[in-house]
Design a protein around this ligand. Structure first.
Ligand code: PLP
Length: 406
């Protein structure tokens, strides 16, 4: 993999650009990843040659692009090893996928005093939709804590579960800490009490091989744009038997079987959850991104990114007064850290001057910051196109700016 990186980088045009007259070092991959030419070209090609609204068209273009978008759904199915394409719903991102479940599952299954379990390390996208549901239904949100290493206190899960618990929703990988959570264990524990589990895979599907059948999760949400696909794309996987029972999320065209003023019946899966004209060209381009990942091999990606993470962690630890936030045993390629006496955004601004893109702040995970009593962190997040040389430049740049900011 290491030898292939230079070739891989050529597939991503933006990586050859400069920022502030310095070669771009893009370490903000947890926010969104860059796009390979195959994704960019697919979008141009489809708008240039094949655009027409999908489904029920009788003309060539409509049929052609309908076919392509349904093939894209099959690519996603294969990517996460779902049973059937009926279980794959195109959304605009992880946020929409989770909101869909919180609304539709909530409307169908949650009543007053029911309980929902999330964890202390969730992104706001896996907190707020559940809080909104709790407000609507007078239900209760329970929170599984994590320890100071950034690992979930998994033994406390059984204590939180009771007959009122209706769903557990946890991140596969924390975007603020990098922790890879033991989701298989969590799913097993919840299933012992027949409680369905939603996994927020926004930071996982592009780094770790996900097999929804093997995991036996009930829902799995992830973002297309964090997986080298276009912005405005995301996926919700749901087990067919649960999705079938859930009330639709949004009403409109596509999601109906028959409409009259007296009564409307709903379309079959997955269309029941895809109201309106879908983002079909971006879905087709997303499938190209997933094919790209598959061709590189998630095992190879994971191995390379882990080496990069371990190297960067070792090198960052050599910097005086730098503290890594989140030192779980199992981590994905995210490093959050603080530097004594330096505000993260000041450091981020100076790094930007050196062409380095990292993220600073709370990373939409304010409860994580509250746990550590900090206002925010600097976060470097890696993708397979990042290099050891870029890590060296990053560390050198930090060593250069720290005395300036002290
Ligand atoms: N969940 C996690 C763990 C995330 O990191 C993010 C985005 O950073 C989201 C959910 C939201 O994803 P999106 O912005 O694609 O909806």
């Amino acid at each position: 993999m290491k030898e292939k990186i230079e070739k891989i980088r050529k597939d991503f045009p933006i990586l050859a650009t400069q920022v502030n007259k310095k070669p771009l070092v893009y370490f903000d991959n947890a926010a969104t990843t860059q796009k390979p030419s195959i994704v960019i070209d697919t979008i141009t090609e489809y708008y240039s040659k094949y655009n027409a609204n999908i489904h029920r068209g009788i003309h060539f273009l409509s049929n052609f692009v309908t076919d392509a978008s349904e093939k894209a759904r099959e690519t996603v199915r294969e990517f996460i090893n779902a049973d059937t394409v009926e279980e794959i719903i195109f959304t605009s991102g992880t946020t929409e996928s989770i909101n869909l479940v919180a609304f539709s599952f909530g409307e169908t299954f949650i009543v007053k005093d029911d309980e929902i379990i999330i964890s202390e390390m969730e992104h706001h996208s896996n907190i707020v939709p559940w809080q909104m549901l709790c407000e609507r239904k007078d239900a209760i949100l329970r929170v599984l804590p994590f320890n100071d290493a950034g690992e979930l206190e998994i033994d406390k899960l059984s204590e939180l579960i009771n007959p009122k618990t209706k769903i557990v929703a946890v991140a596969h990988v924390s975007n603020a800490l990098g922790t890879i959570n033991p989701i298989k264990k969590i799913i097993k524990i919840a299933h012992k009490s027949n409680i369905p589990v939603l996994i927020d895979g926004a930071q996982a599907a592009q780094h770790i091989k996900v097999d929804v059948k093997e995991l036996d999760c009930d829902f799995y949400a992830f973002s297309g744009h964090k997986s080298y696909g276009p912005t405005g794309t995301g996926i919700l996987y749901g087990k067919k038997d649960i999705l079938e029972k859930m009330t639709p999320y949004k009403g409109g065209g596509e999601m109906i079987a028959k409409v009259s003023f007296e009564k409307t019946t709903y379309n079959a899966l997955p269309f029941k959850f895809e109201a309106g004209t879908p983002n079909y060209i971006d879905s087709i381009a997303l499938a190209k991104a997933l094919d790209y990942i598959t061709e590189l091999g998630l095992d190879n990606i994971c191995k390379y990114e882990t080496e990069l993470l371990e190297y960067a962690t070792r090198e960052l630890k050599k910097i005086d007064n730098l503290k890594i936030i989140g030192e779980a045993e199992h981590k994905s390629s995210v490093i959050s850290f603080i530097i004594d006496g330096i505000h993260p955004s000041d450091a981020g601004t100076l790094l930007d001057q050196m062409g380095i893109a990292i993220r600073t702040g709370t990373h939409c995970a304010e409860p994580v910051m509250q746990h550590f009593g900090i206002s925010g962190t600097l976060r470097a997040s890696f993708a397979f196109y990042n290099t050891f040389e870029e890590v060296d430049y990053f560390v050198k740049s930090l060593n250069y700016i720290i005395p300036i900011l002290k």
